[in-house]
Design a protein around this ligand. Structure first.
Ligand code: NAD
Length: 305
């Protein structure tokens, strides 16, 4: 058993920490010494309304247990205000958990501009905005841990969630690039795709499953990613109910068009190879990894010319 992971002296900002998963992240980090900014707008699952009660209740719970916490009620697209709360109260920001979220589930043909815009604003702009507002401080500190929140819906697609899945996969792209840009300043940026019972999943899960899939299974993974001991960055983890696994890209070895034939029929001729993941698949991790087959084939064309 390793030493207990602590967060003494560290300041964590948890967005959407008034309910569900975010609340468990805030409570766990605070119980292990972190000073926590509990952000929550306090609206509905569909992104309507606002209330200070959700954030206040979690701050109170943390304080009662002997921890330190400050509430912030801004919507996540105002990341600068949320980070200011942390800087004003505690003078630094070490951990940002971009957890706030809403749903506007509806089949794409019925989706309104509002359904799209609200999901874009809360998930995509919200995650960007908090990262952006904390970034300079983390660079100066030469320390930062950011945990972003994707979803299986984004990784795989899900009926009725075109808006949500687009943003959730966008958040993974942001994560992977920030991991690269933060590397030299010891800023680690990772992403999770959790499964847990919450008011958000209450509409799609039976009661028994809601209770069994406790958010407390997810919180320790987020806490581990938020700790200085965690050296990984740019990762996406799927998790729930005590199961945790990293996910990566797999690319088929692919097919090459015959020299001199760029017709759609030639594409049809190599399609089996294009779609074949069984024969020597590759696992590219960088844009550099992604180029060699293209460049290699270009060379073959040059030589053949
Ligand atoms: P939840 O509804 O219980 O909690 C979300 C919290 O975010 C709420 O307290 C809400 O008030 C807050 N919030 C919403 N919009 C906000 C805004 N604009 N600014 C600040 N706070 C805001 O939901 P949850 O299940 O705990 O979800 C947490 C995160 O995990 C979300 O990003 C969600 O998309 C993601 N997620 C959850 C699951 C799951 O199984 N529960 C699965 C995949 C992804």
């Amino acid at each position: 058993m390793s030493d207990k992971l602590r967060y003494d002296g560290k300041v964590a900002v948890v967005s959407g920490a008034g309910n569900g998963l975010g609340k468990t992240y805030a409570l766990l980090l605070a119980s292990r010494g972190a000073k926590v900014v509990v952000n929550d707008l306090g609206g509905s699952t569909h992104g309507e309304g606002a209330d200070t009660k959700a954030a206040d209740a979690v701050v109170e719970e943390i304080k009662k247990a002997g921890g330190e916490a400050t509430a912030n009620y801004d919507s996540v697209e105002h990341g600068d205000k949320i980070i200011k709360t942390a800087l004003d109260a505690y003078g630094r920001v070490d951990i940002v958990i971009n957890n706030a979220g809403i749903l506007r589930d509806v089949a794409f043909h019925k989706m309104t501009q509002k359904d799209w815009d609200l999901i874009y604003t809360v998930h995509m702009v919200g995650t960007y905005s908090l990262c952006k507002a904390a970034w300079e401080t983390m660079r100066k500190q030469k320390y930062g841990r950011i945990i972003n929140v994707a979803s299986a819906a984004g990784l795989y697609g899900n009926f009725g969630q075109a808006n949500y899945s687009a943003m959730k996969l966008g958040i993974l792209g942001l994560t992977k690039t920030l991991a690269r840009e933060g590397a030299s300043k010891n800023i680690k940026v990772n992403c999770i795709a959790p499964l847990a019972g919450s008011r958000m999943t209450a509409t799609v899960m039976p009661e028994e499953m809601l209770e069994a899939l406790r958010p407390e299974f997810v919180a320790p993974v987020v806490a581990y990613l938020a700790h200085e001991q965690c050296e990984d960055s740019g990762q996406i983890l799927e998790l729930g109910a005590g199961w945790i696994a990293a996910l990566r890209w797999q690319r088929a070895k692919g097919g090459f068009l015959p020299f001199g034939d760029s017709s759609p029929e030639a594409v049809a001729g190599v399609w089996d190879a294009v779609m074949n993941f069984d024969d020597e698949p590759e696992y590219p991790e960088t844009t550099q990894d992604s180029f060699p087959p293209v460049m290699g084939n270009l060379e073959r064309y040059k030589e053949a010319a």
